[in-house]
Design a protein around this ligand. Structure first.
Ligand SMILES: N[C@@H](CCC(=O)N[C@@H](CS)C(=O)NCC(=O)O)C(=O)O
Length: 213
């Protein structure tokens, strides 16, 4: 198994956590998102992954892109330990929390969107920071209520690690880069504090990756 990753990419961070939780070994292939105009935009990588994003996972001769699709694939191919609860209704809640992060927060704040705000849209760094914080705050405010409703105080949903936890921790890491005050989301903060102590999450953190700067 080969993971195309960048240490600071929160989408790749999700997949690293899932691989660790499943106890899967993988080869780490770094794609620096800034160096040489972005190694993810070079022809060799675009030939593999036309969207040119990290992460991408190579397994048994196939390449899977999109972090949530990769995590769902790992869940199906390596069902134990499961990252989804047993009941269909609970699985739907976990997927809803995951998509709140993956679809409604993260895409608004990734590198190419921030770069586009800067040029050609000529927004200054204050406006871009405000944009970034706004979309995280809106998402976290809703997620806080869902976690408070479903959490045991250590996980987003119920009493075991799920896909929602796998997506939460990297998004929190992103928000810290912009010095956001997590005290505004106490249930979310409490869950994160616990999850970050777990070896699968700790080992996946950006600073622990081979390409960390
Ligand atoms: N929806 C994609 C998003 C992937 C994504 O945005 N990756 C970022 C790093 S976190 C990236 O490759 N950005 C390159 C760019 O924006 O140019 C996923 O979940 O895998």
């Amino acid at each position: 198994m080969k993971l195309y990753s960048f240490f600071r990419s929160s989408a790749a961070y999700r997949v690293r956590i899932a691989l660790n939780l499943k106890g899967l070994q993988y080869e780490y292939v770094a794609k620096h998102l800034a160096r040489n105009g972005g190694e993810h935009r070079l022809a060799d990588y675009l030939a593999l992954n036309p969207q040119g994003f990290v992460p991408a996972l190579e397994h048994e001769g196939s390449l899977i892109t999109q972090s949530v699709a990769i995590i769902e694939y790992l869940e199906e191919a390596f069902p134990s330990p499961s990252l989804l609860p047993t009941r269909a209704i609970d699985r739907a809640s976990v997927r809803a929390m995951s998509q709140l992060i993956a679809c409604d927060i993260h895409p608004l704040n990734n590198l190419r969107v921030l770069n586009y705000l800067k040029a050609p849209l000529t927004q200054n760094s204050e406006a871009i920071t405000e944009w970034y914080k706004h979309w995280i705050d809106e998402g976290f405010t809703a997620l806080e209520k869902l976690i408070a409703k479903h959490s045991d105080g250590r996980h987003c949903f119920g009493d075991a690690v799920t896909m929602a936890d796998v997506l939460l921790v990297p998004q929190v890491a992103n928000s810290r880069r912009y010095q956001m005050d997590l005290g505004r989301y106490p249930a979310l903060q409490k869950v994160t504090t616990h999850l970050e102590t777990l070896p699968a999450f700790f080992g996946a953190r950006p600073e622990a990756q081979p390409d960390a700067e």
